[in-house]
Design a protein around this ligand. Sequence first.
Ligand code: G4P
Length: 295
Amino acid sequence: MDNKSEIYHTSNINWYPGHMAKTRRMLEENIKLVDVVIEILDARIPQSSRNPHFSDIVASKPRLIILNKSDMADSAKTEKWLAFYRKNNIKALCVSCQTGKGVNQIAPEIFELAKDKIEKYSQKGIKKSIKVMIIGIPNVGKSTLINRLVGKAAAKTGDRPGVTLSKQWIRLKDGLELLDTPGILPPKLEDQDAALKLAYTGAIKDEIMETELICYSLLENLIINYPELLIERYKLSEIQGLKGYELLEKIGRKRGCLISGGEVDMSRAANIVLEDFRSLKIGRITLDFAEEYNE
Ligand code: G4P
């Protein structure tokens, strides 16, 4: 690794002190109350947007993985992720909470995951809803999914006269209730590669790492994995072998991001590239590859 790359190092970033323990307690408490857990991941970075520190707790209940923001991900790569989950016997769906695509497949999958429980209830003659909670790191789309699932028809079950519950449950449809507050997991920051991918996507805020450094790293990643999209977007010629900062300088020059003396305003150029990436202007991109992982 050269000097320039070493300064991307992120190990000095700390999630709030005590946050992991607090999250653990919250999860342990809430998971006891539910039958199925929905874990939302960002389809562009399914591995980096997971936090494996909580897998042991989550594993105690049937789990549905939602690869959200699939409208922004490379669809061929998303297919590979879905095949990967199938191979590992994990239920997973590819969804776009923004467009609504795939959202109507969620309820049937939950009923399927909870079929033993439903069967047990029916044998005992009990009529009870299947209870679900949503978990995920910040910015993966938890609130957007809740809004999508809830729509207009939902009623908080605690609002019914005579019903007192310490938790608020939202009735989604007959036989299905959702915990109204999602479980927010801390992003996985100790893995530098994952932390950088979280920074590209905006899951961790730019103040934590310098925008220019995030952008150099993103460009180096894209030079390897999506060179044709970069060439097309910024009307470039040969880019192979360039360092991130060399490419950013070229892009900045093309975009007229100049300061006195004809130098490139790297900060402005970095903001343009990151904004282009986050608003899909570079194209649909996936930066974690299923082939590299074993569940
Ligand atoms: P969170 O609760 O997990 O923290 O995430 P939240 O729902 O707040 O979503 C984070 C951002 O991601 C929001 O954008 C939201 O609109 C966007 N988003 C959620 N699902 C999808 C999706 O399937 N596709 C795309 N393209 N975007 C999605 P934002 O810019 O932060 O807020 P806003 O401008 O939409 O209000």
